[in-house]
Design a protein around this ligand. Sequence first.
Ligand code: SER
Length: 588
Amino acid sequence: MKSSELKQKYLDFFKAKGHAVIPSAPLIPENDPTVLFTTAGMHPLVPFLLGQPHPLGKRLTDVQKCLRTDDIDEVGDKVHHTFFFMLGNWSLGDYFKKEAIEMSFEFLTKVLKLSPPHLAVTCFAGDKDAPKDDESAQAWLKQGIPKERIAFLPKKDNWWGPPGTAGPCGPDTEMFYWGSSAPPPKIFDPKNKNWVEIWNDVFIQYHKTTEGKFLPLKQKNVDTGMGLERVTALLQGFDDNYRTELFWPLIQEIEDMTGKCYDQELVSMRIIADHLRAAVFILGDERGVVPSNVGQGYILRRFIRRIIRRMKVLGVNSGSVSLTSILARKTIEMYSSEYPLLKEKKSFILEELEKEENKFKKTLEQGLKEFDKIAAQGKMISGKDAFLLFQSYGFPLEMTQELAAEKNIKVDVVGFKKEFEHHQELSRVGAEQKFKGGLSGASAETTKLHTATHILNEALRKVLKEDIKQRGSNITPERLRFDFNFERKLTEEEIGKIEAEVNRVIKEKLEVVREEMPVEKAFQSGAHGEFGAKYPSRVSVYTVGKNYSKEICMGPHVKNTVELGKFKIIQEESSAAGIRRIKAILEK
Ligand code: SER
């Protein structure tokens, strides 16, 4: 079965069970200060898992573009990826464990026709925070999974979320399929690598507080996630995801380019294919970013640089030809029928890759020479030297670590970080930490700043010009950041006028009202949407005052503008050609 057929069967199955199909949210989350990328299908749905009603009801399903870097060191094996697609279905306070498990079992055995004697599951063993999950085990027994094929495991294995320090989470039950041609053993041993994890049903029924307490949620939810790449491979009889059509044409292109064979160069070719696909989807996202030294842009830069280094390992000397853009063309060709935005943004994607590649090629050669010199001096690369490679030659830390590992030497990572801070590159460190962090749900501060963003958006139209459009937004508990189309620097006077307009609206004590409506009606009513965003058929619209600002948005927002305090712009700068960026805060 092809991956596209698997996707379709998944969505059709859950549609027939009353789920609304929603589009994939962008890879780059908008108003979540705690993570850089969408890491799971549940991620864009957090407000709804916490109780906000979803315009399309209580049962949802989708195929979400996801990106995680926790597994980056694992990339190079058969099954780990940075970028991947997650099939998911959700119950927002509707069905719970029994029905979720029934549906999962039916899909696996009736639609995918996997043989029940090849299945096994794990359930949560229970601890001081939550009881043993007998309810799930009972539901599996009822489906015919024998006792010997149900393993109870602790929190480290059978608990999902919150992705950060606080937020929605709960026990999960994971499904495994016996991936070997040998007959499956009677008793399930989760440590046996032939059991391939294929699906995860999470029962989101707790809210972990920042103090580490697990409070029961009013609304009990189901959040499931199935990795498209892994299940496609399984259905096609491969134990290597890169052999499926999701990667294989790209691998062949790499083989052509290098004159080497996949079987002899597994690790490098897998890293190139994985990172290349990730880079194309980051650049080609609705909220696509360009390589830079901070945030998502820095992750993208690291991917591209790693690809180029790996190409060099494979002996390609490209001269002036851009290897990444050749591979990107292939990737766009493979994915654009399902992700047409990639085609629309093709020239942007190719140009940005080429620019970054040329930049890095200039320093790579010299950097490698410098590395060899440093490496010849001892068994450990000091923090200072790793930082020199980073700052002068653009070597991301993990590239230095990778090069060092090849020579059997270590890198002083702690020393590198110290050096980093010493050079006051705090913003980048912040971004790295943010990436490791997670979703904490909306705080009172981010909620206020979110409403302030809506008012600012409208104030810009009133003060500057009518056709201002939002081109990006990012909110942390401390400040808002807002990008919009405008050709030149704002004057002091304009900045003063914008602040005054926002503060006038705040003082007017306007109500903020949420309504649900079909997406066409929302646009007809004059609601603003985000440039290039894909919306589901029903959306929520937030209106400030009678008609001051109207935006399609997931929320959450304050009830009345008076809650916001005093609005102050702290920075105005260029963000890209024709795009300005404002940073602003709220003072008490
Ligand atoms: N959120 C869960 C996961 O990522 C299920 O989708 O595995």
